[in-house]
Design a protein around this ligand. Structure first.
Ligand code: C2E
Ligand code: MG
Ligand code: MG
Length: 279
């Protein structure tokens, strides 16, 4: 058998192996941290939930973003201990420091293929004592594609624990109307690619408006992801989109910075109420 060989191929393999080892090492040495991005309610004055997003402070390479290591973690199976750490940390932080807020955690499609997920979520809830209703699991629509029947059973088992289920990056996968009807999602997160063309593009506006309507018809809460401009926010508010998330209203923050921002929002709200009652 003939195969083309280039020196870069060997180099890539070595690099991959090195990265895998340092991923393993990072878990032991706790080089990961979570940042939290707020999700705002309809009129965008109140934070109602936060999404936990993982970061890796690599000792040599510096800050690494999830798209630089999550797929390797998935391929090597390291996603399970990694995701366990995310679940436990997010539940702990929500219970200890984020009173009244829900926290959402991203779960990979590969994790969604195994029943171990149920025990892991139950464990994280038990250890942290977090009310299950405050934990949301984000999965992409493709996670349910590989094996729809067992995915449905898994989702029902998660719902039985009392957690909520959100469909992430809605519109980028292969789901159809029947998916929305047949799977027990509580909400959908509309992918940022739809929001980025708003409000200039009429077709983007129409699509988003119709998806919001669709969500309401299926009793699903709709979050618009990737809101970056005032024009997008105003349009989404006019369309009565339930929730918004994006750099314009809230970037991903460390737990401490998030707490400070929440305190500032609270005191601004109190000031407004004070002024109203004086007036
Ligand atoms: P996602 O779950 O769709 O998260 C949203 C991503 O969009 C985040 O990127 C966030 O920082 C970014 N984002 C938020 N607002 C804006 C905006 O206004 N404009 C733009 N351009 N981007 C915005 P991040 O943190 O790099 O995460 C990328 C993806 O990595 C996530 O997409 C999620 O699928 C995955 N991910 C993150 N943390 C975890 C984790 O703990 N476990 C797993 N399995 N996947 C994770
Ligand atoms: Mg997400
Ligand atoms: Mg998303």
């Amino acid at each position: 058998r003939w195969m083309f060989y280039t020196p870069e191929m060997a180099e890539q393999m070595v690099q991959r192996r090195e990265m895998e080892n340092s991923l393993r090492d990072a878990l032991k040495k706790q080089q990961f941290r979570l940042v939290y991005q707020p999700r705002y309610g309809h009129n965008s004055s109140r934070i109602i939930a936060v999404e936990a997003l993982i970061r890796w402070d690599h000792p040599e390479l510096g800050l690494l973003m999830p798209d630089q290591f999550i797929s390797l973690a998935e391929e090597t199976g390291l996603i399970i201990p990694l995701s366990d750490w995310v679940l436990k940390t997010a539940c702990h932080d929500a219970q200890q420091s984020l009173h009244g807020l829900s926290v959402s955690v991203n779960i990979s499609a590969v994790e969604f293929q195994s029943w171990g997920l149920i025990d892991r979520v139950r464990d994280a809830l038990q250890v942290s004592q977090l009310d299950p209703a405050r934990l949301e699991i984000e999965i992409t629509e493709n996670a349910t594609l590989w094996n729809p029947e067992s995915s449905l059973e898994l989702m029902l088992a998660l719902k039985k624990l009392g957690v909520k289920l959100l469909m992430d990056d809605f519109g980028t996968g292969y789901s159809s109307l029947s998916y929305l009807r047949n799977f027990p999602f509580d909400g959908i997160k509309l992918d940022k690619s739809f929001i980025s063309d708003m409000p200039e593009s009429d077709s983007a506006n129409t699509i988003v408006k119709n998806i919001i309507g669709l969500g309401k018809a299926f009793s699903l809460s709709i979050t618009a992801e990737g809101v970056e401009t005032e024009g997008q926010l105003q349009k989404l508010m006019m369309m009565e989109c339930d929730e918004t998330q994006g750099y314009l209203i809230g970037k991903p923050l460390s737990l401490t910075a998030l707490q400070e921002q929440m305190a500032a929002l609270d005191s601004a709200a109190q000031e407004r109420t004070g002024q109203q009652s004086q007036g």
